[in-house]
Design a protein around this ligand. Structure first.
Ligand SMILES: [Zn+2]
Length: 468
């Protein structure tokens, strides 16, 4: 070897050694970081959950949502947060005032309801539920009863056209078009009522109906005034079997669609040195209309409330801002409008946003607790925090905490709008909630211990970020 090559090899060896020592030192330093693991009184969080679900569904823009928001505000105040307030945002929202669906037997000529057989009455929320922004249909007499037309998966325009002035039933399978697409196609074809036949979600619960939202396309200013609802698999089969027999569908829907206020609740653990800079922890407090939304998302809401109480005990350098959002279910309205209103400040001062949505683990159905994080440094810290937490509280080892990278710029929930503005974000999800968006999403399925796990990891990391 020439002297030059020897020197070069020596140089390389030195570089590698320095790099290895550097990586080792960094790892050591990280492992040595002593995080403050925040507490979490999950019995108290369960009590909050019990109260909030007792209000009933908290659909954005309804009195129930406001009542829920006031409860959260009061808890923030009692926890000793600063700057506690509600912010209101106006958005196009809906409320289902009443809804009934029945299958009416007709006489042999098919022109008059049978005098000998009673209509089959379906149960609202159990057998059928309205979809977001359903229109109204005020039934006055049997002339308003509708023939049913099976339009398959809803993709064939010709079939849809046959349903003009009638009730179209669409199979909700894996390839089904979105609610938005179907709703506006139905309007284009002059369909009188739009029915989704649930053949897809969720086998274990017998395919009960789910309430999903509907978007307003950019080129539209209002939703079709057509009743739009999903029926259970059984009811859908019954409706399809009734086609070509002497039956008609009787629908009576009273839905308000209008601009209303929704609410965002805000409170601060005020920073002692850099109060203008902040880390945010949040969850949506609104629910669908057809159930109390215990898992979606009362558990996230009570996680934020309990973290407010725990974090209020500290005096971090930076502010920790706790927030709950309304209008998530209709399309992230609360977080989108809040970020729009406070954009300059958020871009300048918000260090990270951490979100809780359905962060409950149903241990009878699995043990995974996924956390999605949009930057690798935060993943390392959270892994260390999770390690410390499980070391100290061995009973939590039954949860399989999965901390994974995700840019969070797509998918659901309120971290999305922060991630899209290039704010670091994280989302804590749970697992095993088959009751999602159904009338069965009630407190029976809440495992309060499980919500403490993600709560303590995110809460402790928020405190770390606010301190460092
Ligand atoms: Zn949710």
């Amino acid at each position: 070897m020439s002297k030059k090559i020897k020197l070069f090899v020596l140089f390389l060896v030195i570089v590698v050694i320095i790099a290895a020592v550097g990586v080792y030192a960094l790892k050591q330093a990280q492992e040595a970081t002593n995080y403050t693991i925040v507490g979490f009184d999950y019995q108290r969080a369960y009590n909050d959950c019990d109260y909030l679900t007792s209000i009933g569904p908290r659909l954005a823009g309804t009195d129930n949502e406001y009542q829920g928001a006031m409860y959260i505000k009061n808890q923030f105040q009692e926890a000793g947060l600063s700057n506690v307030h509600l912010e209101s945002f106006s958005a196009l929202l809906y409320e289902v005032n009443s809804a009934s669906v029945s299958l009416v037997p007709y006489g042999p000529l098919g022109n008059l309801p049978s005098r000998f057989e009673d209509p089959i009455q379906y149960a609202h929320t159990i057998d059928f539920v309205a979809q977001g922004y359903s229109g109204s249909y005020i039934w006055s007499d049997f002339n308003d009863d509708l023939e049913i037309v099976d339009v398959g998966d809803g993709k064939d325009d010709l079939l849809f056209e046959e349903a003009q002035g009638k009730a179209a039933i669409v199979s909700q399978d894996e390839n089904a078009a979105s609610n938005t697409e179907l709703f506006f196609r139905a309007e284009d074809c002059g369909v009188a009522a739009l029915i989704l036949h649930n053949t897809r979600f969720t086998e274990k619960l017998g395919y009960i109906p789910i309430s999903k939202s509907t978007g307003l396309p950019d080129d539209e200013s209002s939703y079709p005034d057509i009743p739009f609802f999903m029926v259970s698999n059984d009811v859908g089969n019954e409706l399809k079997e009734s086609i070509n027999s002497n039956y008609k569908l009787r629908v009576d829907f009273d839905v308000t669609v209008e601009e209303r206020d929704l609410w965002v609740v805000v409170g601060d653990v005020l920073g002692s040195e850099k109060p203008n800079e902040y880390v945010m922890l949040g969850a949506h407090h609104d629910t669908v209309y057809n159930g109390p939304g215990a898992i979606d998302n009362t558990v996230g809401t009570v996680t934020v409330i309990e973290l407010a109480r725990q974090l209020a005990k500290y005096e971090p350098k930076r502010t920790i801002r706790l927030v709950t959002w309304g209008g998530e279910e209709e399309g992230l309205f609360g977080s989108i409008m809040y970020v729009e209103k406070h954009r300059d400040d958020i871009l300048k001062n918000c260090k990270m946003y951490l979100n809780f949505d359905m962060n409950n683990v149903d241990l009878e159905r699995g043990n995974s607790l996924p956390l999605s994080v949009s930057d690798n440094k935060s993943i390392d810290h959270m892994e260390n925090i999770a390690g410390q937490l499980l070391n100290k509280y061995k009973e939590l080892k039954k949860y399989n905490i999965q901390i994974e990278y995700n840019d969070l710029k797509s998918g659901g929930s309120d971290q999305l709008i922060f991630a899209r503005n290039d704010i670091k974000a994280a989302a804590c999800w749970g697992s095993g909630s088959w009751e999602y968006h159904t009338y069965l999403d009630n407190i029976d399925h809440v495992n309060a211990e499980s919500i403490s796990v993600g709560g303590r990891i995110f809460g402790s990391y928020a405190l770390y970020l606010a301190e460092k």
